[in-house]
Design a protein around this ligand. Structure first.
Ligand code: GDP
Length: 299
């Protein structure tokens, strides 16, 4: 929790200093509510969620004198309530052999790093993990995955630059089955500049996997960089159109003032948030916990 609190310190100081500045002790009137709503919006909680939070506060305390601390506590409770339904761990089914996890997201969002962290975590839990380097166009991504593979002992299945990603996914699933792997993590390309091309590629990967096993991929994780703030909304929309996104991973929550976007996304899409990234090392991937996050955000 300390790490998360530190990570969210920029988001929370923006909010807490703002709230404290507004409310040393002040009557909760329309003007105060408006200022609070504005503050929540600038902290990336989004218009709808900000309105919902201030309405809930008004319902209980309108016209009363409130302190900043009371306001923060009330918000933290309501935010935890919004986050509770989406804070769901990703359960690996050991019976699957392999449990196939497709990982999607725009370049730079932290896909490769997240895959490395997951491989590390699951290996520590005694699972046999394999990785498919499905971003076949970016040699650097493949190299980076191999470094993680060496670090975690997870075999990385790769092909030459430019090879067909779906073909690679197909081969990787066969290899993972043959090796009795518990988990197969499949990295993918994230060239959103070529949306149609990316959609075709991702859909072909899914089609080919389903041909081998209709239940695969068992999970499709969308990795989102929290520092992009409101842009994360359009990324969710775009990827939901392309594939059946089953859960989110929010990265780079260390040192961003935009952590509030997680609440807005939860409120809007209701997609499970499985993990959050709070740094670049293998240990810096945490299960998403509603109350910890809400408290971290509200100082
Ligand atoms: P990809 O293009 O989606 O595969 O993204 P990468 O995994 O290569 O990540 C892009 C950059 O973000 C790299 O420099 C990572 O080290 C960094 N990164 C990924 N996750 C986190 C995180 O949770 N916190 C921080 N601070 N950096 C991260």
């Amino acid at each position: 929790f300390a790490r998360l609190r530190d990570g969210l310190s920029q988001s929370s100081s923006k909010l807490t200093e703002g709230i404290t500045g507004l409310f040393l002790k002040r009557k909760l009137d329309d003007e105060a509510l408006e200022e609070l709503e504005e503050l929540l919006i600038t902290a990336d909680l989004g218009v709808t969620t900000a309105a919902k939070l201030t309405a809930s506060l008004a319902k209980e305390r309108f016209g009363r004198d409130v302190t900043g601390e009371e306001v923060r506590k009330a918000f933290a409770e309501d935010i935890a309530e919004i986050l509770e339904p989406v804070a769901r761990p990703l359960a690996i089914d050991r019976a699957k052999k392999p449990h196939v996890v497709l990982v999607v997201g725009v370049n730079g969002s932290g896909k490769t790093t997240t895959i490395g962290k997951l491989a590390h975590q699951w290996r520590d839990e005694g699972l046999k993990v394999m990785i498919a380097a499905g971003d076949t166009f970016r040699a650097a991504a493949v190299e980076q995955l191999k470094v993680w593979g060496d670090r975690t002992g997870a075999p990385v299945i790769s092909r030459d630059t430019g090879a067909d990603a779906a073909g690679l996914a197909f081969d990787a699933l066969k290899e993972a089955e043959a090796a009795g792997a518990d988990v197969l993590l499949i990295d993918t390309a994230g060239r959103l500049q070529n949306k149609k091309g990316l959609m075709d590629e991702l859909q072909k990967i899914v089609r080919v996997l389903k041909k081998m096993d209709p239940d695969t991929p068992h999970d499709t994780l969308l990795v989102l960089d929290a520092t992009v703030g409101q842009n994360a909304h359009s990324q969710v929309e775009v990827f939901k159109e392309m594939v059946n996104v089953t859960g989110l991973v929010m990265t780079k929550l260390d040192g961003t003032a935009k952590g509030g976007v997680v609440v807005a996304l939860a409120d809007r899409f209701g997609l499970p948030v499985h993990f959050i990234g709070v740094g670049e090392t293998a240990e810096d991937l945490r299960p998403f916990k509603a109350e910890d996050f809400a408290r971290g955000l509200m100082g």
